[in-house]
Write a protein that binds this ligand. Sequence first.
Ligand SMILES: NC(=O)c1ccc[n+]([C@@H]2O[C@H](COP(=O)([O-])OP(=O)(O)OC[C@H]3O[C@@H](n4cnc5c(N)ncnc54)[C@H](O)[C@@H]3O)[C@@H](O)[C@H]2O)c1
Length: 324
Amino acid sequence: MHVLVTGAGGMIGRKLAERLAADGAIGPRRVTRLTLADLTAPPAPPAAFPVETVAVDISAPQAAAGLVAAAPDVVFHLAAIVSGEAEADFDKGFRVNLDGTRLLFEAIRARGNAPRVVFASSIAVFGGPYPELIDDDFPLAPLTSYGTQKAMGELLLADFSRKGFLDGIGIRLPTICVRPGAPNKAASGFFSSILREPLAGKAAILPVPDDVRHWFASPRAAVGFLLHAATLDTVPLGQRRSLNMPGISATIAEEIEALRAVAGDEAVRLIRREPDETIMKIVAGWPRNFAPQRALALGFGADRSFRDIVLAHVADELGNRVGG
Ligand SMILES: NC(=O)c1ccc[n+]([C@@H]2O[C@H](COP(=O)([O-])OP(=O)(O)OC[C@H]3O[C@@H](n4cnc5c(N)ncnc54)[C@H](O)[C@@H]3O)[C@@H](O)[C@H]2O)c1
């Protein structure tokens, strides 16, 4: 099976590529070739099959045709401008997140092999007011340009699937936490930095109150969702091709308690409270908790607790050592 990953140099893309290279298979199907694409050629993990890396701007006309020329069997479409940047740069957000997605789907249509396409969507497709628990019938009403672009991508995915041009599945990822590496331009960055920095012995700023609740999954769980979506039978999805992924609903206070349990009071003391009205306002529009029954019934599995999310970071990124 030939697998193409767009956005393969990003946080989730790299982890997905490493897992594909290490496993050499998705479920029962063997990977025989892997193409990794990003704005600059992403790193190629060592693998027992050919791995090619491509530098490409998916929003450039004709770029996608080259990516799908070899008719990949599975396409993971992760390339995107994230929330903060899409809000700050309206044109760039629509160019990459909407035009780039449409150009990719059009190129797949022109190639004519109807591959499985796993589209990384987001819970940003939803907007408040929310019920305490968001079920699978909650309407799409995004409150950001990023959320709007993801919702439009979902609609394209569904219509291209309906026409048989591709076999699409959209997975609405929770906020991925703990995000490793340097902070990106996502407005949700502090949810990760208040854990990541203290776990590495560094100070972090908390801009919102402790009772703020949000919906999370670990990078490990996100890779698991993508892989499960790649081989799942899509017939039970019908025309509703996008799914809310399972996750953990946690407050800032619960995040901090998980940090304390793993790294002690010393780590918690590194969090400095600096309330930020702008961030508070953005966060107030975000969902807090889901009942993702469809995804659970289809076998998607998430982390079991917020402590597990912290422990996954300590194991995967810090070699099981805390405190820097
Ligand atoms: N991390 C999260 O919390 C989260 C939550 C919901 C959805 N998602 C979605 O999952 C996907 C991956 O997220 P991530 O956290 O790894 O983001 P990321 O920013 O780390 O990676 C995105 C990658 O896309 C690439 N890219 C941007 N514009 C491009 C273009 N024009 N052509 C080619 N590549 C381009 C970037 O260079 C980057 O490497 C994205 O689609 C994102 O919207 C992420």
